[in-house]
Design a protein around this ligand. Structure first.
Ligand code: NAI
Length: 331
């Protein structure tokens, strides 16, 4: 039998946490043959609710779930974890300045970085979900210098999956037959959902999305804005932000990272830029990546046309500004 893997979920008493922990306990994230021990962290005001989630996990009698740690102590939460999914953060409230929200999250990610660096298992894989996701991940990386930068990522898989969903609806094809969309940049409304290299599996072989969706105007405008603004549309409809889709895509992100992407397929992940595609090095930026043997690598050599270039640069610009704002909060 396999040794259990310890998975940390921060903000576990929140909405995404409530959708995510049962998926992890059912093997959606790491496979249905992989036992897990869940570590759940939240803050003291949410301690009672967190304990309620723990009670439900016990009640669900998940065969793969070998233990649950529910705590408000960051050191206890981080100790020995192999995978860390960082969902906890400070939400933007009405009337708050961007800088104030950034400052709260910078201090949260700074201290949680230190705890992970000291207490997590060697080679722990980190996924930051909480917004501003890219910049929180960057702060975490800066304050956990001994965790390899390739182990620190942020979630743009939800945006990636949203793009697949939009193409599948438009063409009336199975979502599983659509592949190789790309989300470039920030998990924000400046992200660039790119279909230039995307294909659909048809009885006559793989066909470019651009060939099947005859309407270029739709692909260059409405498709992009729909994906960029999908989060806001969900809030408007549900009165709460995306939770089940966020949780599901967090599982997709970790599963593909650990178990690999199929040959010829890539996914989108926010990772530390090495300057690929002329994206400034030192930002956490969403790129197309393929994964093998537990490591991601940026897919190289894709052509970037002029339309795309502008959009890649615009979202990089926003991330540079966020980075500056985050650093100004440190002083
Ligand atoms: P929520 O407000 O329901 O839950 C957040 C939880 O984090 C709360 O239980 C809160 O007590 C906890 N928390 C706050 N500070 C903490 C700290 N220092 N340590 C541990 N826990 C802490 O929010 P929800 O809907 O679950 O969303 C969580 C985050 O995910 C938000 O920042 C949201 O913007 C982000 N998000 C990101 C997406 C992505 O694709 N990257 C998609 C959807 C949401």
């Amino acid at each position: 039998a396999k040794e259990p893997v310890r998975v940390l979920v921060t903000g576990a008493a929140g909405q995404i946490g409530y959708a995510l922990v049962p998926m992890i306990a059912r093997g959606v994230m790491l496979g249905t043959d992989q036992p897990v021990i869940l570590h759940m962290l939240d803050i003291p005001p949410a301690a009672e609710a967190l304990n309620g989630v723990k009670m439900e996990l016990v009640d669900a009698a998940f065969p793969l779930l070998k233990g649950v740690v529910a705590t408000t102590d960051v050191v206890e939460a981080c100790t020995g974890v192999n995978v860390a999914v960082m969902v906890g953060g400070f939400p933007r409230k009405e009337g708050m300045e961007r800088k104030d929200v950034m400052s709260k999250n910078v201090s949260i990610y700074k201290s949680q970085a230190a705890a992970l660096e000291k207490h997590a298992a060697a080679n722990c894989k980190v996924l930051v979900v909480a917004n501003p996701a890219n910049t929180n991940a960057l702060i975490l990386k800066e304050f956990a210098p001994s965790i390899p930068e390739k182990n620190i990522t942020c979630l743009t898989r939800l945006d990636h999956n949203r793009a697949l969903g939009q193409i599948s609806e438009r063409l009336n094809v199975q979502v599983s037959d659509v592949k190789n969309v790309i989300i470039w940049g920030n998990h924000s409304s400046t992200q660039y959902p790119d279909v230039t290299h995307a294909t659909v599996k048809t009885p006559a072989g793989d066909k470019p999305v651009r060939e099947l969706v005859v309407d270029d105007a739709w692909l260059n405008t409405e498709f992009i804005t729909t994906v960029q603004q999908r989060g806001a549309a969900i809030i408007k409809a549900r009165k709460f932000s995306s939770a089940l889709s966020a949780a599901s895509s967090a599982c997709d992100h970790i599963r593909d990272w650990v178990l690999g992407t199929p040959e010829g397929t890539w996914v989108s992940m926010g990772v530390y830029s090495n300057g690929s595609y002329n994206v400034p090095a030192g930002l956490i930026y969403s790129f197309p990546v393929s994964c093998k043997n537990g490591e991601w690598s940026i897919v190289q050599g894709l052509s970037i046309d002029e339309f795309s270039r502008k959009k890649l640069d615009l979202t990089a610009q926003e991330l540079s500004e966020e980075k500056e704002l985050a650093y100004s909060c440190l002083n």
